[in-house]
Design a binder for this molecule. Structure first.
Ligand code: PEP
Ligand code: MG
Length: 788
């Protein structure tokens, strides 16, 4: 091949000045990663010299410079200047040598594909001589499904012209880049039949938290443009990277079904593309199988290893062959630049009525008036500091996104344009809400909260919130293990940087509330439900063939994110401890729960597990734990039994667990018991015989020692963990358990609310203290001080 056209296989990542970042990266992968299972569709790139030769050949340099000068001196408008320059470039003629080289390369590519005219994607890759790493992402055009040499040459001329879109001209003027020093390389890449196969985006880290052990994959039907632009809400999958080389494991941490409202397919004439609505079946189905999710995640890990930095990639699946391809890879820039030594934590103190939910981006909270802008044409209406509410965004929106306090969109996933730009700008954003532009209205005051995990909330009114910068360098070392109480699996990833000694309490019922929302018995017996509830349950379990599987897998995946963040440190998962009134509130729950006068001391905890009424539900909980430990690989998970009133109850529960494949001591399984009923203290030696350890639940233990309802506002002043009777309980159980060799941890709320309380516990010789993440630093300090 000549100088103007290069095969991808002859390019390397260092060739950015010649062919731009995108093409250089495709070349790097084709040339070096083919042997490691990375498939990249073949193709070639035109060089920056080809672009320059084209301009010279058509005498365009001076004409372009004159037009831009006219723009600078306000003789003409941007739109006029841009259109004039694009027209000049589009209407130019090819120098013979370039023409021949492009035709020849295309013919060879078609030959290799075994067809007369192979269908190609024609993409622009801009490059600047003096700024080879400047990001021009999303400013130039892409043409998909281009077939035949004439169509290809026309698309190439359009690509050249797209270096002068109004957006690109504005960007370079703002950044002070010299228009004459920018060149454009064209990538011509064989199309993957993703119109029938599906496609998406992936990252080799968690884009929200920077958590490095995860691959995040988005997927939708049809060509990938809709996912990149955020025009659809894609499926989202999360995979745990460290287990990818263990073929016996299935480390998928999360699968959530996206609406995938439409798909981009080839046009009727077999040329170009168009969008069509997706079918009900397509919306109700995951785009990728589990095996494909793992295959893509492995590719992401390989590519990351090769480049030596977190990567942002696009993938496509061929509908004919089912093969998975990587069509783009570039270094991830936002999280990898973030300051790893400190992080900012937002906590909501009050909240108004919940108005909307979507996917949260960024972890922050913002408040202010809403400004609904439907189209980029109305951008002038935007008020600085308002909350931008719109359907979707593209690069034209960036100027007002910069002036917004937060962004809320109807469509898009975590890899949409709106999400990526918000993350770069450090703004909270909620994407894929479905209907924000209808529900919210101008000047309405709202709070946008992205501080509550993967779900973002818009609340009515201006809420109070707290911002804290946590400096990890100030964290002292302690002999007593300080662990975390984790509630919401989606929030767990936010805390990966905390040097915690594992998780001391993961309440299963919170994960059920978050990830499952339905009563397990209703999932086991859907035939007993009324039509409306059954329909709701069908919608909830879409994508899963079997409702029991849905419960088991969703629960395991929810818990797995908590287990992953701490792996290989221990993570104590407590089996469900809903009260009957709380169970009844789950979808389909009412018919399966008795009405109780005192649910707090009613049918809860251990007593449910061996009962006829809940036994089958508990069996599903056990299956989820097995799935988590054995299939997913999180053998750091310890099981804990709550509210276990008598040693006889303990025996029955341990028997039921063993019958469900969870035998204490087998496969390294440890089983703990909560110490939260006075009988647990009084009969400490009996309980110690049956379990590996205790964890003190001061919330229930205080309630039951003092006889004070923990939820009662009137009695709040009597609810005191420092009361001598409660202290006696805590001290006694620690001493007596230690005397018989059992470990004792503490997971009640007391030290989280009152970090100084941790000093008392250290004085009593507690083994571990588990606290909410926001109080971790102050508890660590108190523990260090008490240890002297
Ligand atoms: C406790 O009782 O202290 C405890 C940690 O459990 P919960 O708050 O879930 O009842
Ligand atoms: Mg309790």
């Amino acid at each position: 091949m000549g100088d103007f056209v290069k095969w991808f296989g002859d390019l390397r990542r260092g060739d950015v000045a010649t062919v731009g970042g995108k093409n250089a990266s495709l070349g790097e992968m084709v040339a070096t990663l083919a042997g490691q299972g990375i498939k990249v569709p073949g193709g070639f790139a035109t060089t920056a010299d080809a672009y320059r030769a084209y301009l010279d050949h058509n005498d365009l340099n001076a004409r372009i410079a004159d037009t831009l000068a006219a723009l600078d001196s306000h003789r003409i408008e941007l739109a006029e200047a841009g259109a004039a320059i694009r027209k000049m470039i589009r209407e130019g003629h090819w120098p013979d040598d370039i023409l021949a080289q492009i035709r020849d390369a295309y013919a060879q590519l078609s030959d290799r594909a075994g067809v007369e005219n192979v269908s190609v994607a024609v993409r622009s890759s801009a490059t600047a001589e003096d700024l080879p790493d400047a990001s021009f992402a999303g400013q130039q055009e892409t043409y998909l499904n281009v077939q035949g040499p004439e169509a290809l040459l026309a698309a190439c001329r359009r690509c050249f012209a797209s270096l002068f879109t109004d957006r690109a001209i504005t960007y370079r003027r703002l950044k002070g880049f010299d228009h004459a020093k920018v060149a454009l390389s064209i990538g011509v890449q064989q199309m993957v039949r993703s119109d029938t196969g599906g496609s998406g985006v992936m990252f080799s880290l968690d884009t929200e938290t920077g958590y490095p052990d995860m691959v995040l994959i988005n997927a939708a039907w049809g060509l990938g443009e809709n996912v990149v632009q955020g025009a659809v809400t894609p499926d989202e999958y999360q995979v745990y990277k460290p287990f990818l080389d263990r073929p016996d494991l299935m480390p998928i941490l999360e699968k959530s079904l996206g609406a995938k409202e439409k798909k981009m397919i080839y046009g009727r004439d077999g040329r170009s593309t168009r969008n069509v609505p997706t079918s009900r079946a397509e919306r109700g189905r995951f785009v990728l199988s589990d095996a494909e999710i793992l295959e893509l995640a492995r590719m992401a890990a390989t590519i990351e290893r090769h480049y030596g930095c977190p990567m942002d990639m696009e993938w496509a699946r061929d509908g004919d062959t089912g093969e998975l391809f990587i069509v783009q890879a570039r270094p991830e820039t936002v999280q990898s630049r973030a300051d790893a030594a400190a992080f900012r934590s937002y906590t909501l103190k009050t909240k108004g009525k919940e108005l909307l939910t979507g996917l949260s981006v960024g972890g922050a909270i913002a408040t202010g008036p809403v400004c609904v802008i439907e189209s980029a044409r109305d951008i002038d209406r935007f008020i600085d500091g308002a909350i931008l509410v719109t359907s979707i965004t593209d690069p034209d929106w960036v100027p007002i996104m910069k002036r917004a306090a937060a962004i809320v969109t109807d469509h898009g996933g975590r890899t949409s344009h709106a999400a990526i730009v918000s993350r770069e700008l450090g703004l909270p954003a909620i994407v894929g809400t479905g209907n924000a532009t209808h529900i919210l209205h101008d000047e309405q005051e709202v709070t946008v909260s992205c501080a509550e995990g993967e779900t973002g909330f818009v609340y009515q009114g201006i809420s109070d919130y707290e911002v804290e910068d946590i400096a990890l360098s100030e964290m002292p070392a302690t002999r007593t293990r300080v662990m975390l109480n984790m509630a919401n699996p989606s929030a767990a990833l936010r805390w990966w940087r905390l040097p915690a000694g594992g998780v001391g309490l993961a309440r299963m019922e919170f994960v059920v509330n978050n990830a499952i929302k339905a009563h397990p018995m209703a999932l086991i017996h859907p035939e007993t439900l009324d039509d409306e509830t059954r329909e709701q349950i069908d919608a909830l379990t879409a994508g899963y063939a079997d409702k029991k599987r849905f419960f088991v897998e969703k629960l395991a995946m929810g818990l797995s994110r908590i287990a992953a963040v701490s792996y290989p440190e221990p993570v104590i998962v407590r089996m469900s401890d809903f009260k009957t009134n709380e169970y009844a509130d789950l979808l389909g729950g009412r018919g399966f729960e008795p009405q109780e006068e005192n649910p707090m001391i009613g049918f809860r905890g251990a007593s449910r597990y061996y009962s006829d009424a809940y036994g089958p539900g508990f069996a599903l909980e056990c299956q989820a734990i097995r799935h988590l430990r054995e299939r997913m690989g999180f053998d750091n998970v310890v099981v804990m039994i709550p509210f276990c009133r008598t040693p006889e109850e303990a025996d029955r529960v341990l028997e039921v667990m063993a019958a469900n494949g969870l035998r204490r001591g087998e496969n390294g399984l440890q089983v703990y018991v909560m110490c939260e009923v006075p009988s647990n203290v009084i009969l400490a030696e009996e309980f110690a015989k049956r379990f590996d350890g205790f964890s003190i639940g001061s919330n229930d233990l205080t309630q039951l020692t003092l006889g004070v309802d923990r939820d009662s506002g009137e009695l709040a002043s009597l609810f005191d963990e420092r009361n001598a009777a409660v202290q006696w309980m805590i001290r006694s159980v620690i001493e007596r358990a230690h005397a018989v060799g059992a470990k004792v941890g503490f997971c009640g709320q007391a030290p989280s609310n009152d970090p100084d309380f941790a000093r008392l516990l250290v004085g009593y010789g507690i083994d571990t203290i588990s606290v909410t993440p926001d109080s971790f630093l102050s508890v660590k300090r108190n523990v260090a001080a008490a240890e002297g």
